[in-house]
Design a protein around this ligand. Structure first.
Ligand code: FAD
Length: 497
């Protein structure tokens, strides 16, 4: 500790972002040296959605020493092996975007190149048949992967579906035990320091003043400090991601929970289906310029598999990101830092990513601009990476049955995505740059799943014996299938945890 060390961190907001941040900071910083205070308003409440995740959440849990079984039980969670996309490439089509990899590379040649070559020789099933996670998902089965990397089962990657409200409560209890001070109250004002414009204090409706050295703005879409106070600015991505509304509703679900999310494309957006232990989470995400709110709600309710368990909730948003995720002494986390629609379940991951980067670049009271700039650069990269991957789903469609899909199919996309798509179209090449979140397997799943087939495969694949590779592909596929057949049903696995 030095005279410059941060002593007081104030987290504004107690949604998923607020409590994930509080639980991580109190666990990884010394609470005797740094006091962490979280302010939340019961009157305002939380957004209350956000039920599907991606595999890196396992790392967040283990970083905090969270027992996975305890976490799944407390959040009424289920396991997720990927996402089934229905009607995205064309009406009547479906494909699976699994977690993890497809098959195995051979002598440095990526598996999908071998698949592309073999596909020219004979008809092959979907590439998902060479994924351990997809093979298990197709049979509704689940088991945890073993540590032995030689076994095909070790290629099974998973994440979770959970009840967002229960997750926040779970983290709140942990953070409270760790020493986080919680203040219930509505922030009505904030004060800036004259010398440098840093936020010094926030004032609650009852007059309480809370001061801090570092503020983490987890106040949701309103961005109370980062935007309303500091006017940081927002980069609007809605020309590429035109969906700006959602309606969410839980429904009854008596059967075995599927170990995957389903996303069904609708005429002006898409519908999610997320199985939890006690209910199904459903929602429709749509473009309000192409579909009236009432029609969207009716479409959602008409497509529930069980009885609705609550009144539908309507939400509005604008796709984009805060121009600076960290401005002065305010770091925005969660929805206050930006939003890419939940098609690939990435928002909770963006929170996790922000927390890890904040810890890696934790400032002192001098707020060295290089640390802040580095944080902003890294967050911009991860946001844009997610943005491009989600846009791909809209752009790579052959649907022409509505104005919405005509717009998406013909729209310009960011240069970074256009470049990636062209490289893929030529010879199926994909490169993972820096720390991109989605690896080659994810891009392959969506590109092929939505009908973008490269003109050729990579020449290096031709150096491998055609007959041997054909046999190897068949054996590999069978081994994934056999392994999946021996796993327990997902619901039975959950009952035992
Ligand atoms: P919020 O939940 O809005 O929390 C804001 C907090 O700030 C609340 O505690 C509130 O009380 C407090 N607050 C605000 N103003 C004040 C004030 N003046 N004084 C005191 N307190 C205040 N993410 C995923 O990863 N997977 C998904 O499947 C997924 N699905 C989604 C579906 C939809 C339709 C939407 C819109 C989002 C989805 N998300 C998903 C995103 C996810 O919901 C959010 O990333 C996550 O819940 C974090 O929200 P938050 O904590 O930033 O904001």
């Amino acid at each position: 500790m030095s005279e410059h060390s941060i002593r007081e961190v104030v987290i504004l907001g107690g949604g998923t972002a607020g409590w994930m941040t509080a639980a991580a900071l109190v666990h990884l910083l010394d609470p005797r040296l740094i006091r962490i205070t979280l302010v939340e308003s019961d009157e305002i409440g939380t957004i209350g959605v956000g039920e599907a995740t991606i595999p890196p959440l396992i790392a967040y849990n283990s970083m905090l020493g969270i027992d996975e079984d305890e976490f799944v039980a407390a959040t009424k969670g289920t396991f997720k092996l990927g996402i089934e996309f229905v009607g995205w490439g064309a009406l009547g089509e479906r494909y699976f975007h699994p977690f993890g990899v497809h098959g195995q590379d051979v002598r440095g040649v990526q598996f999908h190149q071998l698949y592309l070559r073999e596909r020219k020789r004979r008809q092959l099933p979907d590439i998902a048949d060479w994924s351990m996670s997809a093979a298990a998902a197709a049979l509704g089965r689940f088991a945890r992967p073993p540590p032995d990397a030689r076994l095909p089962l070790s290629q099974l990657w998973y994440a979770f579906h959970f009840d967002a409200g229960l997750y926040a409560r779970f983290l709140r209890e942990r953070a409270g035990r760790g020493g986080v001070r919680r203040i219930e109250g509505k922030v009505v004002d904030s004060q800036l320091r004259g010398s440098d414009g840093h936020v010094e204090t926030v004032t609650l409706a009852d007059g309480t003043i809370v001061s801090g050295d570092l503020f983490v703005d987890c106040s949701g879409f309103r961005g109370l400090l980062i935007e309303q106070k500091l006017q940081t600015g927002y980069e609007d991505w809605s020309r590429w991601l035109p969906c700006d509304r959602a309606v969410a509703v839980p429904s009854a679900y008596p059967g075995q929970p599927d170990p995957f999310t389903r996303s069904t494309a609708r005429s002006s957006g898409w519908q999610w289906r997320i199985p939890l232990q006690h209910r199904m989470g459903n929602g429709i995400v749509y473009s309000s310029s192409h579909m009236p709110d009432q029609d969207a709600q009716e479409l959602l309710l008409a497509n529930l598999e069980g009885e609705a368990l609550a009144e539908p909730r309507r939400l509005s948003f604008t796709a984009g990101r805060r121009r600076l995720a960290w401005n002065r002494n305010v770091v925005s986390m969660g929805l206050s830092s930006g939003f890419v629609e939940p098609l690939e379940s990435t928002s909770i991951h963006l929170i996790q990513s922000g927390i890890v980067k904040l810890l890696a670049l934790f400032p002192d009271k001098r707020f060295n601009p290089i640390e802040r700039d580095e944080y902003n650069r890294q967050m911009q990269d991860v946001f844009e990476d997610v943005r491009d991957f989600v846009i791909l789903h809209y752009k790579a469609t052959r649907r022409d049955d509505s104005e919405f899909w005509n717009y998406c199919r013909t729209m310009d996309v960011p240069d970074s995505l256009a470049w990636k798509m062209e490289l893929w179209r030529a010879k199926g090449r994909l490169f993972r740059e820096g720390k991109e979140l989605f690896g080659a397997a994810s891009w392959v799943a969506v590109m092929l799943g939505q009908g973008i087939v490269p003109e050729q495969h990579e020449p290096a694949a031709d150096a491998l014996d055609e007959h041997d590779m054909g046999e190897m592909l068949d054996k590999m596929r069978l081994s994934y299938r056999r392994m999946a057949e021996h796993m327990p049903m997902h619901g039975d696995f959950l009952a035992r945890t």
